[in-house]
Design a protein. Structure first.
Length: 166
């Protein structure tokens, strides 16, 4: 059966494959369409299905401010688990982008925390996707002199850091 036959019946291809296989196939289709030559690794753990691409010029896949990779991750979640995640979530990464971005966010959170403590005024981050907000909240969780919360509506939701006694 070819791809056209599988789609012709109205059944998504992802339903015919195991989640890891569906994710790998989806990522292959995306990088082929983008014309980038990369390696794809898919790893399945208890609650996370990770898809990583590496090699080649992954900048196009990551996109400006990570918008493309975030969109691919969102679509992959919906395509691979059309009935809902069932406790598993999908994380897509490209050449360690997510960890590099997390390190920058932690450094920005530390700078903002010091500003809050120095000035006594709350600091509001620019709007961030949910996974980036989570990095900031988790990084500052142990700082009892500070509190963090998110404000706004998606996609304009942002993290606010303030003194715990405010």
């Amino acid at each position: 059966m070819n791809d056209e036959d599988r789609y012709a019946g109205g059944e998504p291809l992802a339903e015919e494959l195991e989640p890891a296989e569906a994710l790998e196939e989806l990522l292959e289709e995306i990088v082929d369409a983008l014309g980038i030559d990369v390696e794809i690794d898919v790893e399945e753990r208890a609650d996370v299905l990770s898809g990583r691409i590496h090699g080649g010029d992954v900048g196009l896949f990551i996109g400006r401010r990570g918008q493309t990779i975030d969109a691919v991750q969102h679509l992959a979640q919906r395509i691979v688990f059309p009935e809902g995640p069932g406790g598993a979530r999908i994380v897509i990464d490209a050449d360690g982008y997510r960890e590099r971005r997390a390190e920058l966010l932690r450094a920005d959170a530390d700078d903002a925390a010091e500003e809050v403590l120095r000035t006594g005024r709350a600091v509001e981050f620019d709007p961030l996707p949910s996974w980036e907000r989570r990095v900031v909240h988790e990084h500052l969780r142990e700082r009892t002199e500070l509190q963090t919360h998110s404000e706004g509506e998606e996609p304009e939701r942002c993290v606010v850091i303030s003194r715990a006694d405010d």
